[in-house]
Ligand binder design. Structure first.
Ligand code: IPD
Ligand code: CA
Ligand code: CA
Length: 256
């Protein structure tokens, strides 16, 4: 099996486990605060993904949220994995959370997989092969007027309420767009833009495992991704993120 097929298989297996699990209160822990949680299932799923990937491809590197990175080995293929993106949703709603797996060969994207676990919707893209939801091709929206656009952001608090260098610009943007939506999962929200159900995505904080799978899907769907300053999004660092349904919107959004 090639990496893509191994990836699909392990993500689907992990999704089956998460749909069946019953989360106990004692399985929830705080990481840095009451707004930064991890569960036994985040760790269990990341272990499962790591084991299955490394069994098939022992020389690959893994960058995941819950465990230290596997050192880069001779090959430069790296898997960016978030076992549960939207842990708070997993805990409180048991929906709107994703398993996110992005595979890169150095700086070259290979494929991205984002499984909306409870909806059993797999968003995927192979570099150069378009973007898909299951068997259906997906595309970003053709909307271009600011007043027609839907903006999605995973955290109202960090995007609009907490002070940061772009706060006033984000508030202005929220006034000019048609509406703001907040799902609570970076990976799923980037896929919302990829599928044309939202037009813009913004977050002030995102990690490589949050966005390195969905960014491939968004670009293959016709969209574009940058930092909020409009610079190239780094692959291996935490960053702000601006996801767009089209690269044409970049200058328009940066001058709001
Ligand atoms: C978080 C979610 C959340 C976003 C955070 C992420 P996690 O990931 O995507 O919506 O606001 O920045 O860290 O912790 O649920 O994997
Ligand atoms: Ca995440
Ligand atoms: Ca996570």
């Amino acid at each position: 099996m090639d990496r893509f097929n191994v990836g699909v298989k392990v993500v689907q297996n992990a999704g089956n486990l998460l749909r069946q699990c019953r989360l106990e209160e004692a399985e929830i822990c705080q990481k840095t605060s009451h707004q930064d949680l991890v569960t036994l299932w985040d760790r269990r799923i990341e272990q499962l993904l790591r084991n299955e990937i490394l069994t098939a491809f022992p020389r690959d590197a893994i960058v995941g949220e819950e465990y230290p990175s596997e050192a880069h080995r001779a090959e430069s293929v790296t898997w960016y994995i978030d076992p549960i993106d939207g842990t708070t949703n997993f805990i409180n709603q048991h929906q709107n959370y994703a398993i996110s797996v992005g595979c890169w060969d150095g700086n070259k994207p290979l494929f991205g997989l984002v499984l909306d676990v409870e909806r059993k919707a797999l968003y995927w893209a192979r570099h150069g092969g378009g973007a898909w939801q299951g068997q259906t091709p997906i595309h970003t929206s053709g909307r271009r007027e600011l007043s027609d656009l839907l903006l999605t952001t995973p955290g109202l608090q960090y995007t609009f309420l907490e002070p940061h260098p772009y706060q006033e610009r984000m508030i202005q943007l929220s006034r000019k767009v048609r509406g703001v939506r907040c799902l609570g999962s970076v990976a799923l929200e980037l896929c919302e833009v990829a599928a044309g159900r939202a037009d813009l995505f913004v977050t002030m904080r995102s990690s490589p495992w949050d966005h390195n799978a969905a960014r491939i899907i968004l670009e293959e769907a016709g969209g574009a991704i940058f930092t909020v300053e409009g610079k190239p999004l780094p692959l291996n660092q935490k960053s702000t993120v601006l996801g767009l349904s089209s690269a044409d919107l970049r200058d328009y959004i940066l001058t709001v």
